[in-house]
Write a protein that binds this ligand. Structure first.
Ligand SMILES: *Cc1c(COP(=O)(O)O)cnc(C)c1O
Length: 349
């Protein structure tokens, strides 16, 4: 947006850098759906290796990764277990129900992290009355819960419970690489207990579009059928894949700057009147702000900020979210925090 100087709306707001645009301009391309785009093939091989899986497929968006993975894992009437804050439950237009005919049972996680007991309690016994519990989905990082990072132990506990009951396992890794940088754990180690896992290129990695879903060779063959069927098979997609390869080489380690900026933003606004910063320790690149005590809704407060060139997002009626990314500098963090402080002080006065 034109008159927004500090855009903390989402890490989807990044524009390709000049170097990324050069990689896009110079990309070798071919017919992606025939398997003849060398840049897409290189990206998929790179992501499969990064995630420790046999194969991978390029898709236009993270949402399509989730929906196609669910289509392959589930039959109509099946049930998916996911945290109540999960993207597949709240932000995909009811896709699992509309496309796969699967329902989601929300689990009562704390900051997006549920445990093995929650999984055990949710799995249905086998009965003709009940839906068949089929799939466990874990979001890394847990977005709407605060950008929380699942530890390997927490992941192993819930996927262990899932496997004991014969469930398949899926990781929504939209921000898996933020978790990698925040924790020092390898992406393949986080991904190991999952049958399917994907990363988004268009969030913190700064690409214009695209996501890559990784799994076994056999699973990816079935993914291709759906990719073709729903119109996700592309032609010279190498221009997008080249951005992805560039980002994996140049934009991963720097995610720690986004995390430091999110921590700095939280520090700068912590004692502003009328708000509560959540979580108190910032795990990755997101800061959630409860604004209930200001007497304004999150949308009303955000409008006041936007009028001054600073944009956050209203996640629900009482919470604003600030997300740091490639296109937000330390100076912009400081400007954003001071605009928020001035606004809150004038509301309180
Ligand atoms: C953004 C996001 C998605 C969807 O990715 P798109 O590329 O925007 O379709 C899925 N899951 C989570 C956790 C996300 O944050």
């Amino acid at each position: 947006m034109k008159n927004i100087r500090v855009d903390l709306y989402s890490d989807t707001q990044t524009r390709p850098t000049p170097e990324m645009r050069r990689a896009i301009a110079e990309a070798e391309v071919g017919d992606e759906q025939k398997g003849e785009d060398p840049s897409v093939n290189a990206l998929c091989a790179k992501v499969a290796k990064l995630l420790g899986k046999e194969d991978a497929v390029f898709l236009p968006s993270g949402t399509m990764c989730n929906e196609i993975a669910i289509l392959v894992h589930c039959r109509p009437g099946d049930e998916i277990l996911a945290d109540r804050s999960a993207h597949i439950l709240n932000f995909e237009g009811g896709g699992p129900a509309a496309l796969a005919g699967a329902q989601i049972q929300p689990l009562p996680g704390v900051a997006g992290i549920f445990d093995a007991d929650d999984v055990e309690a949710a799995v249905r016994t086998k009965s003709r009355y009940f839906p068949r519990t089929r799939l466990l989905s874990v979001e890394q990082t847990a977005n709407i819960a605060g950008g929380t990072v699942w530890s390997v132990a927490e992941i192993e506990a819930v996927t262990g419970a899932a496997r004991r009951h014969g469930l398949a396992t899926h990781m929504d890794g939209a921000r898996l690489l933020n978790a990698v940088v925040a924790s020092g754990v390898a992406a393949s180690e986080f991904a190991a207990p999952f049958d399917t896992v994907w990363i988004d290129l268009s969030k913190g990695l700064g690409c214009p579009a695209g996501a890559v879903l990784a799994a076994s060779t056999e699973f990816i063959q079935e993914v291709w059928r759906w990719k073709q069927r729903i119109g996700g098979a592309l032609r010279q997609a190498g221009i997008l894949a080249a951005a992805g390869v560039y980002a994996l080489d140049h934009h991963v380690d720097r995610l720690c700057e986004d995390h430091a900026n999110a921590r700095r933003f939280a520090e700068l606004i912590a004692d502003c009147p009328g708000i509560k910063v959540e979580p108190t320790v910032i795990p990755s690149n997101m800061v959630y702000i409860d604004v209930s005590a200001t007497g304004l809704s999150s949308a009303e407060l955000n409008q006041k900020l936007e009028a001054q060139g600073v944009r956050l997002s209203a996640i629900d009626a009482s919470r604003l979210r600030a997300v740091t990314h490639l296109d937000v500098s330390r100076e912009q963090i400081e400007e954003g925090a001071s605009v928020l402080r001035r606004t809150l002080e004038s509301i309180a006065a």
